[in-house]
Write a protein that binds this ligand. Structure first.
Ligand SMILES: [Zn+2]
Length: 335
C-alpha cells in the first residue's frame, strides 16, 4: 500500500500512565505512600485478567485490570512520583520499542481522590517530560482523562481544573475506564468545556459497548478529534463510511486485559483498515499486558501486511501537536 520510507522510530498515542508503571516502581511507591497491595507487585502484575475463562478461574486469584489500575493510581502521590513514572514510561518506550513520541493518558480524578492537588501532578509531569527530552531525546505529552465511571459533575469539575492550569505538556483530555460504566452523552458538558478551553479531545468508544453509535456520539456530541479503539464501528456501515470519508483516526491496540490476543480484535482492526478507516497502532498498558509497541507493530505486520509507513504517518496526524511540531515529528520518524 505504501512504498514511502520505512519509519525510523515509532509513536504511541494510546498508552495509560498507570499502565506503564514498572512492578518494581509500584512496589517502591506503594511502600513510600502506604498503599496496601493484595499481592507483591511483581506477582500482582501476572494475575491481571479482567475476564478469566472457566478453566482459568480455577487457577485464580485474578484481578481486573481496572482494580490494579486504581491501586497504581493511588500510589502516585507527589511531584516526584509523577516525574519518575512519566520519565520511566518514556524510557521503557524508547528502550523496548524505539518510541520517539508518546501521549500518556492519566486520570486526575483518581489522584484527586487520593488527595493529590492537580498543580502537583502537572509539575511532576512537566518535569518527567523535560528529563526525557534531555536525557533520552524522547518527546511526550499527557492527556487528562475523564473516568467515565465518575458522575458528570465530577467530570466537569475535573475539566475546569485542567482548564484553570493550562500546560503545554497537557494539550487535551480523554475518556476512559469501562465503557459501559458511562456512555459518552453523559460527558457532553465536560467535553464542551474542554473545547471552549482549547483542549483537544479523544474518547474510548466502540470498545466494550456492542454498538457503533458510541463512536458517532463521541465525534458529534463530544467533539472528539480522534477515537480510541472503535472496533464496534463495523456494526454500522453508514458510520464506517462517514468516518472513512472524513479520515477520522482510530488509535487501536491488539492486546487486551485478558492477557491474550482476542481473535475478534485482530479481525476488527483488519476490517477497519479494509473498510478504508485510518488507524494507528498503540500499546495501551504495556507494563500490565504481555506486550510492547514493538510487538504490536509485529502483529500489525502479520494482520495488516507491511504498511508501517502508513501507520506511523497516521500517528503523526493523530497527535495533539500543532502543525509545526507535527512537521518536525514527521521528519524525525519518517526520514
Ligand atoms: Zn485504553
Amino acid at each position: 500500500m505504501n512504498t514511502v520510507n520505512t519509519p525510523t522510530s515509532l509513536i504511541d498515542l494510546h498508552i495509560h500512565l498507570p499502565g506503564t508503571v514498572r512492578a518494581t516502581t509500584l512496589a517502591d511507591l506503594a511502600a513510600k505512600n502506604g498503599v496496601e497491595l493484595p499481592l507483591p507487585a511483581e506477582e500482582l502484575y501476572t494475575r491481571i485478567n479482567s475476564s478469566p475463562t472457566e478453566e482459568e478461574q480455577g487457577r485464580g486469584p485474578w484481578f481486573p485490570l481496572l482494580r490494579v489500575y486504581e491501586l497504581i493510581s493511588q500510589s502516585l502521590r507527589d511531584r516526584d512520583d509523577f516525574s519518575r513514572t512519566v520519565f520511566e514510561a518514556l524510557e521503557d518506550a524508547k528502550n523496548n520499542s524505539d518510541v520517539a513520541y508518546a501521549e500518556l493518558a492519566f486520570s486526575p480524578s483518581e489522584h484527586i481522590k487520593a488527595g493529590v492537588a492537580y498543580p502537583e501532578m502537572v509539575a511532576g509531569i512537566e518535569e518527567g517530560f523535560a528529563r526525557a527530552r534531555t536525557e533520552l531525546g524522547v518527546d511526550g505529552r499527557a492527556l487528562a482523562a475523564v473516568n467515565r465511571e465518575d458522575t458528570a459533575e465530577v467530570a466537569v469539575d475535573m475539566v475546569r481544573t485542567v482548564a484553570q492550569h493550562p500546560s503545554d505538556a497537557i494539550p487535551g483530555i480523554g475518556l476512559d475506564f469501562y465503557e459501559l460504566g458511562g456512555m459518552p452523552e453523559k460527558f457532553v458538558d465536560a467535553f464542551r468545556l474542554a473545547g471552549e478551553a482549547g483542549l483537544k479531545r479523544t474518547a474510548h468508544a466502540g470498545e466494550h459497548a456492542p454498538t457503533a453509535q458510541t463512536v458517532e456520539t463521541a465525534l458529534d456530541v463530544l467533539g472528539c478529534d480522534r477515537i480510541d479503539h472503535g472496533y464496534q464501528i463495523l456494526r454500522d456501515p453508514r458510520i464506517v463510511e462517514r468516518c472513512a470519508e472524513a479520515g477520522v483516526l482510530f488509535n487501536v491496540a491488539f492486546t487486551t486485559s485478558r492477557r491474550s490476543l482476542i481473535q475478534w480484535r485482530r479481525e476488527s482492526i483488519a476490517g477497519m483498515v479494509e473498510a478504508g478507516l485510518r488507524v494507528t497502532i498503540n500499546s495501551d498498558d504495556p507494563a500490565l499486558f504481555p506486550t510492547t509497541l514493538k510487538r504490536e507493530m509485529e502483529i500489525a505486520d502479520e494482520v495488516l501486511g507491511e504498511r508501517r509507513a502508513w501507520l506511523v504517518n497516521n500517528s503523526v496526524d493523530a497527535t495533539f501537536l500543532d502543525t509545526d511540531a507535527k512537521k518536525a515529528l514527521r521528519a524525525k520518524v519518517l526520514s
